[in-house]
Design a protein around this ligand. Structure first.
Ligand code: FRU
Length: 460
């Protein structure tokens, strides 16, 4: 994003960031009349999680974004304390936004209203107010409507919810006209005891299969899994015409293994691709309050756009092909070296690390801060960084199902997204290195297993 103001040393270039204030979830992702629209949760006033609007950017190529006026502002009785997350669909040449109106009533209790706003030009939106009632048996934590069109032109909506017994759930609604909605019950037939609240549910459809993506809160860490404050992941299965999701016999799988990834949303574009953006920001409150960009008046970013591919019973994520257009000049290629130190000419880079066959144990250090290590014997990839609040080293890791053949990195001044084996696993994170640290240090521990390293400079 092109910005005229000085936004400090940790400014991001090709990621979507707020012009000021705080950004969280991606919302309303859609390609409408040929133009890509990304909305996002936005506190315009400061870098806290107070009253949210919908920020808005648009693009014709998915990589260069232009700021648009805020699409929704929390100024009505049904959304006065926040226009919370939601989604977009296009119908009869109009853009429909579904979102949650967050209200604190006089007794300071939460009320949630699922609301609609409509636009003809994709820029100016007319609010239509609340459109549904929630069934009995749920608390006021019901939010984040995701709407899609199913077979027979029927419309479906899934809502993140909490039952009165304080367990997470997803509610399904059905409509013929996007205005009148009927609740068909819980998405899953079998109770899944999985946390206290499910945020940002989403259904993404491939040829024969679908995935139910959601962001459960209240899951305990277990080995390498679920180590962040909140997680995002998916179940695979089939969505039926009765509004039920019949799951495969596979456990919930995290979409991302890094430190910062939450509340992803998907959409299908005109090319038929399933694309995803996530929020690269979920953090423990004390760590969030210490993010250095706060001094520059802004905080957080979305991930790069990723294409979702369903293969072998799982979702793989690939950087959207358009990102190749950011490559500038000829790449630097390093081959046959067991050790190397590469200078980064700029702070926006893409790095491909390819092995002819499979990788040996290996270490890559990014700007003297982030270590990416591969242990061939355990077939495990580990990423560690310095926590910017405590200074401690912290790690995230995953054991792969196939041997390592490729690492693909997208770097910015303060973000890193690592795609492992063509997106079988992804790690997303922020990091805040010293300005002078501008090397990538490679240590291919085993001779005969030296990778080919290709370093591109990116320009947006
Ligand atoms: C997820 C979330 C959503 C909510 C929004 C508020 O990060 O908590 O459930 O709609 O953020 O900003």
């Amino acid at each position: 994003m092109t910005r005229t103001k000085n936004r400090g040393e940790y400014e991001l270039g090709y990621h979507i960031t707020p012009p000021k204030g705080l950004l969280n979830d991606p919302n309303g992702l859609i390609q409408f009349k040929g133009v890509y629209h990304v909305f996002y949760q936005w506190n315009q006033n400061d870098t806290t999680h107070n009253t949210k609007s919908w920020g808005h950017v648009a693009s014709t190529d998915l990589i260069h974004w232009t700021e648009q006026p805020a699409a929704l502002e929390p100024v009505d009785w049904f959304d006065k304390d926040g226009c919370y997350s939601g989604s977009a669909v296009s119908f009869e040449n109009k853009l429909y936004l579904f979102y949650t109106g967050n209200v604190r009533n006089e007794a300071n209790e939460r009320e949630s209203y699922q609301c609609l706003a409509v636009s003809e030009d994709g820029v100016h939106f007319e609010k239509k107010g609340p459109i549904l009632k929630q069934p009995a048996g749920y608390t006021a934590h019901v939010r984040d409507p995701k709407v899609w069109q199913g077979k027979n032109n029927d419309w479906w909506m899934v809502l993140g919810a909490q039952k009165v017994d304080l367990t997470g759930d997803a509610l399904v609604y059905h409509s013929k006209n996007l205005i009148d909605w009927t609740c068909t019950g819980s998405l899953l037939d079998d109770e899944l005891d999985f946390g206290f609240m499910w945020e940002c549910p989403d259904l993404v459809h491939f040829n024969q299969k679908s995935a139910f993506i959601f962001s459960p809160q209240g899951i305990m860490a277990r080995g390498d899994e679920f180590n962040n404050i909140y997680q995002s992941g998916y179940l695979t299965g089939v969505f039926t015409e009765a509004g039920k999701f019949l799951t495969d016999e596979q456990p919930f799988k995290e979409l991302d293994r890094g430190f910062e990834f939450y509340a992803p949303q998907t959409f299908q574009d005109d090319k038929g691709r399933q694309l995803l953006f996530g929020w690269m920001g979920v953090m423990e409150p004390a760590i969030e309050a210490a993010v250095p960009t706060i001094q520059d008046g802004w905080i957080h970013s979305l991930t790069i756009p990723r294409e979702l591919i369903y293969a072998d019973g799982q979702l793989n994520q690939r950087p959207a092909a358009e990102l190749k257009q950011l490559r500038h000049g000829s790449p630097l290629v390093v081959e046959g070296k067991a050790e190397a130190s590469l200078q980064l000419p700029t702070l926006q880079n893409e790095i491909l690390v390819d092995w002819e066959k499979t990788a040996g144990s290996f270490k890559l250090q990014i700007r003297k801060d982030v270590d990416i290590e591969y242990d061939q014997h355990r077939n495990r990839v580990q990423v560690s960084r310095s926590n910017w609040l405590t200074g401690d080293r912290e790690t995230r890791a995953v054991t792969l199902t196939k041997p390592l053949t490729q690492l693909h990195l997208f770097l910015e001044s303060s973000s890193l997204e690592l795609f492992v084996n063509q997106g079988e696993e992804v790690f997303s994170l922020r990091y805040f290195p010293e300005q002078e640290a501008r090397t990538v240090d490679v240590d291919a521990c085993e001779t005969g297993k030296e990778p080919q390293i290709t370093l591109y400079t990116l320009e947006n």
